[in-house]
Design a binder for this molecule. Structure first.
Ligand code: DQQ
Length: 540
């Protein structure tokens, strides 16, 4: 099958057929991880009739399918069951808040409870009879009111939840409060709003520890945490870090959204509608997201499927307090096999070397670069501020001084096909700037693919730290973590020739100065056991 379907992945979550998008209600409950997700049982395209498909896992990597958890059935979700979140209420009682598209195509918020709380698989869900709990308030259009977050509880016991919206030319998180999780009142002001943003989809609001990579549960509020507000719009997941003033129900970000390329994103490539949850098993916060296709809709019909889930990532606040850091969950390492490594290898200007001995279409690579004579780096052109534009203009074929150097993934032997994930290091006054790029221009001989270049600055000081990259390659998806997870770029590529056993992996340096690979470790990745919800064999 892999021969006929070279773009299917081996260790990313995907469905055997049809369309999937947003992760919904991820949670850890009684020893089991749950992933619900938006799924169209009828087509490889998005459409009416969206359901919450459901898979479960013991390790976030291998998944087994369960019956659909929520399907359109009632007036309050007659057209579709759209995105939402899970909250675990005191007494270990999980509940779901989700958006129903009602019979009039209005967006309303609904509650569902497990039929049997003692079942760790939470297979059956019962919709609350008095749904909907929230309907579009005055001034909010019926199609601008969706995607409830995980709720949190204030010190006085009040429950709070935010809903994504758009009103008065501002994207926003509308705040609702409740004493009993059933009767909800809208707060006077949104928890946060911004005129620099469009409609907010899938907001997420959660605390992060200021001095630990450990996660904290969503209701934690004390001086050792700060808060993150994330919103999905403009095809990306943007976030701001700030202080949550519980008594006033205000979120005070360190810096507002600006609507420019300097806004922080979880991922500077393809990664949308993400959702995080607190994993009480390992005291960490986990982030997962939908990664859509870059081929045409006709291709999706031909393939019969569309959409992947990212590898779940642990997420925490950088020690500098300015941004988040992400790293694939450690459980992914259990799929690593056949390690090959290279230590202390000089990469002269213009050199390319093949990393052989692994399945290059299904691999995990960690590489660290040392830059001798750092002071010889070229000065950055300060008129260029948008990293994505710099990466596009100065793509992998354009020689600089330090850079481009990095990896050529899913490449043919002769390099006609290649996806280049690379760095450039610039001087900026007395400091340095590290640019990370993912260049898809030569990723496939096929046309009619979206081959947009992606780029981001990586907040590391190359005087103190090596320039590092971890890249996960899985047939048609490449997830790259720069600077130990400070900037992440995910991309989708569809090589024509560099598929399966014909795919190769190289390290390269196309800069005029030589760089040193201090170390490279690469692994073939085994296939994960994944069955999606609603398939034959599903547990019901
Ligand atoms: N996808 C869902 C919506 C959400 C959007 C519908 C984000 O609830 O706003 O599938 O991708």
């Amino acid at each position: 099958l892999q021969a006929e379907q070279p773009y299917r992945t081996a260790y990313h979550f995907q469905s055997p057929q049809n369309w999937l998008n947003d992760p919904n209600g991820p949670m850890y409950y009684k020893g089991v991880y749950h992933l619900f997700y938006q799924y169209n049982p009828n087509s490889a395209w998005f459409g009416d009739g969206m359901v919450w498909a459901h898979s479960a896992s013991y390790d976030l990597i291998n998944w087994f399918g369960l019956d659909h958890a929520l399907v359109p059935s009632e007036p309050f979700d007659a057209i579709s069951c759209w995105s939402g979140s899970a909250t675990i209420l005191p007494g270990d009682k999980p509940v779901i808040l989700y958006t129903g598209i009602d019979a009039n195509y209005n967006q309303v918020q609904n509650l569902a409870n497990p039929k049997n709380e003692s079942d760790p698989l939470l297979v059956e869900w019962v919709k609350y009879s008095r749904n909907p709990l929230m309907t579009p308030p005055d001034g909010v259009k019926g199609d601008n009111f969706r995607d409830p977050t995980t709720a949190w509880q204030g010190p006085d016991g009040t429950w709070k939840v935010v809903i994504g919206s758009y009103s008065n030319s501002q994207g926003m998180a509308i705040l609702y409060q409740s004493q009993d999780f059933v009767h909800w009142t809208m707060h006077r002001d949104p928890l946060y709003s911004s005129s620099k943003t469009e409609m907010w989809e899938c907001p997420d609001f959660f605390p992060v520890s200021i001095n630990s990579t450990n996660g904290v549960d969503t209701s934690v509020e004390n001086p050792s945490v700060r808060h993150v507000m994330k919103a999905s719009f403009n095809s990306h997941d943007y976030y701001i870090v700030g202080t949550y003033v519980t008594e006033q129900e205000r979120f005070l970000p360190d810096a507002d959204f600006t609507g420019t390329s300097s806004d922080l994103r979880f991922d500077y490539g393809k990664f949308y509608a993400s959702k995080s949850f607190f994993d009480g098993k390992k005291n960490r916060r986990i982030l997962c997201a939908w990664v859509n296709e870059s081929d045409s809709m006709e291709d999706d019909l031909k393939k019969g499927w569309s959409g992947l889930q990212s590898i779940p990532r642990q997420i925490w606040l950088d020690l500098n307090g300015k941004q988040l850091v992400q790293w694939p969950v450690e459980e992914l390492n259990s799929l690593r096999d056949n390690e090959v490594y290279v230590y202390d290898k000089q990469l002269e200007s213009g050199s390319v070397f093949e990393v052989s001995g692994i399945t290059a279409s299904q691999a995990d690579i960690e590489i660290m670069f040392e830059l001798p004579k750092l002071e010889e780096a070229e000065f950055i052109d300060t008129s260029l501020v948008d990293p994505q534009l710099i990466c596009d203009k100065q793509d992998a074929s354009v020689t600089g001084k330090f850079g481009p150097f990095g990896l050529l993934a899913l490449a043919t032997k002769d390099l006609t096909e290649q996806t280049a994930i690379f760095f450039r290091v610039f001087r900026d006054h007395k400091d340095y700037k590290v640019l990370m790029c993912s260049d898809q221009k030569r990723s496939s001989l096929r046309n009619e693919l979206d081959k947009t270049t992606y780029g981001a600055f990586v907040d590391i000081d190359p005087q103190r730290e090596m320039v590092s990259l971890r890249t996960l390659i899985d047939h048609s998806i490449i997830e790259s973590f720069g600077g130990k997870g400070r900037s992440v770029i995910t991309t989708r590529v569809y090589p024509k020739l560099a598929i399966n056993d014909e795919a190769h992996l190289f390290a390269f340096n196309n800069g005029s100065l030589s760089v040193r690979v201090s170390r490279l470790n690469a692994w073939s990745m085994n296939k994960a056991q994944i069955t999606a919800g609603g398939e034959p064999g599903t547990i019901s």
